[in-house]
Design a protein around this ligand. Structure first.
Ligand code: FAD
Length: 359
């Protein structure tokens, strides 16, 4: 079997799942198509806090890739991509294979960068990749110890609320204001919920390094302990910047509204790995790019005109509180309670159901 394709999708992110679903249910573009994924399953991050809180099982939170690929008549290649050449339109896999394609689409998310660390007194886990984080967390659960979470965005807050009663003491460090970018009501509700669970919240405390068993913010020791969880938002994957694609200052692939790379029109990029003004780094934006990407890939392979994606101006935030409830923010409004948790569960489980195919 040749390693030349008409189209290769790299990464089973939210947008690519939407593309596969559409092609499975409606019409697929002509030619040979492959999906390269580091894992057999695609994790749905929105349900991870519920999994940690013991409300879901791991299988509730994943989309199995083989059935959806089979339904879309797409070859599933389970291997990590290690490098990518925009000029040659080729992708190198960890197992030594090299694949080439006329068209490529990237939906590989981001990574969490490690903190500079002296010594090994602190065991550091990054929240991504999820499968590695979950096996580390299972190990930690056997001997619960105080924990510091670094990252005061939505993910850090949800993780703190999910884990607060699973460790003897939990501290949450935030470089600036907690939940910066969200409305003040959500900030207050989150602070209240964290206090109720006895989480020590340290705002404006950017942790810059680990030395021995100490966390430092500038020259101050801000915490001592053995376990640190990093939830510091998406950083770009280094191999993307080295691919020849035009990237922004943070290393994310710069794209046009058609979702094509600025520098290489045969390459598309979506979700957290892409950079487009107005499109935030969150699953919600990646999901919304899916239908436009599906239609543009179809048009590209048929030599037809592409359409623009327009990022929504506002997005609903629902943050799980670990007890089945959720905090809600929409524009300037905020709310909290069990009702919003049930709504979040419904939306999250609908996403999983929509992308689950049998066989
Ligand atoms: C705890 C937590 C909770 C969150 N909750 C929410 C939420 O409720 N709502 C929300 O909107 N956002 C949420 N987020 C943010 C969200 O996870 C990301 O913004 C979102 O997943 C980005 O989606 P994506 O489509 O860009 O890619 P991702 O969902 O990150 O998927 C990338 C895919 O690419 C694959 N991949 C990566 N590298 C390679 C490689 N080298 N080779 C092959 N495959 C590769 C990965 O295995 C993965 O399948 C949360 C994040 C965290 C950490």
């Amino acid at each position: 079997m040749t390693n030349d394709y008409d189209l290769i999708l790299i990464g089973a992110g939210h947008a690519h799942l939407g593309v596969l679903r559409r092609w499975a249910m409606l019409e697929r573009p002509p030619g040979r198509i492959a999906l390269v994924s580091a894992d057999h399953n695609a994790w749905y991050s929105g349900m991870l806090p519920g999994l940690l809180a013991g409300r879901f099982t791991a299988s509730d939170c994943v989309v199995e890739l083989q059935p959806i690929c089979r339904a879309a008549k797409v070859d599933l290649i389970v291997a990590q991509a290690t490098s990518f050449s925009a000029e040659q339109r080729s992708v190198q896999l960890v197992d030594g294979r090299q694949l080439t394609a006329d068209w490529l689409s990237l939906n590989v998310g981001g990574k969490v960068s490690p903190l500079p660390q002296q010594g090994d007194a602190v065991d550091c886990l990054a929240v991504k990749p999820f499968s590695e984080f979950l096996s580390g967390w299972q190990r930690w659960q056997q001997t619960p110890k105080p924990l510091a979470i670094i990252g005061g965005g939505a993910a850090g807050v949800e993780l703190a609320l999910a884990l607060a009663d699973k460790v003897p003491q939990l501290s949450l460090f935030c470089a600036g204001k907690l939940l910066a970018g969200h409305n003040p009501g959500l900030h207050l509700r989150a602070i209240g919920a964290l206090r109720q669970r006895r989480v020590r919240v340290r705002e404006y405390s950017p942790v810059s390094r680990i030395d021995g068993d100490q966390l430092f913010s500038e020259n101050d020791i801000v915490w001592r302990g053995e376990r640190v969880l990093l939830a510091t938002g998406a950083q770009a994957l280094p191999w993307l910047e080295q691919s020849g694609l035009q990237c922004d200052a943070r290393g994310f692939v710069q794209i046009l509204p058609t979702l094509q790379s600025h520098s290489h029109s045969h390459i598309f990029a979506v979700g957290d790995c892409a950079s487009l003004p107005g499109a935030l780094k969150s699953g919600v934006y990646s999901v919304r790019q899916g239908p436009v990407l599906a239609s543009n890939l179809m048009a590209a392979l048929r030599d037809q005109p592409l359409k623009p994606y327009r990022a929504q101006k506002n997005s609903l935030a629902l943050l799980a509180t670990g007890d089945g409830g959720a905090l809600l923010a929409w524009r300037g409004l905020s709310a909290s309670g069990q009702l919003y948790g049930r709504w979040k569960d419904y939306l999250d489980q609908s996403f999983i159901r929509r992308h689950r195919f049998s066989g």
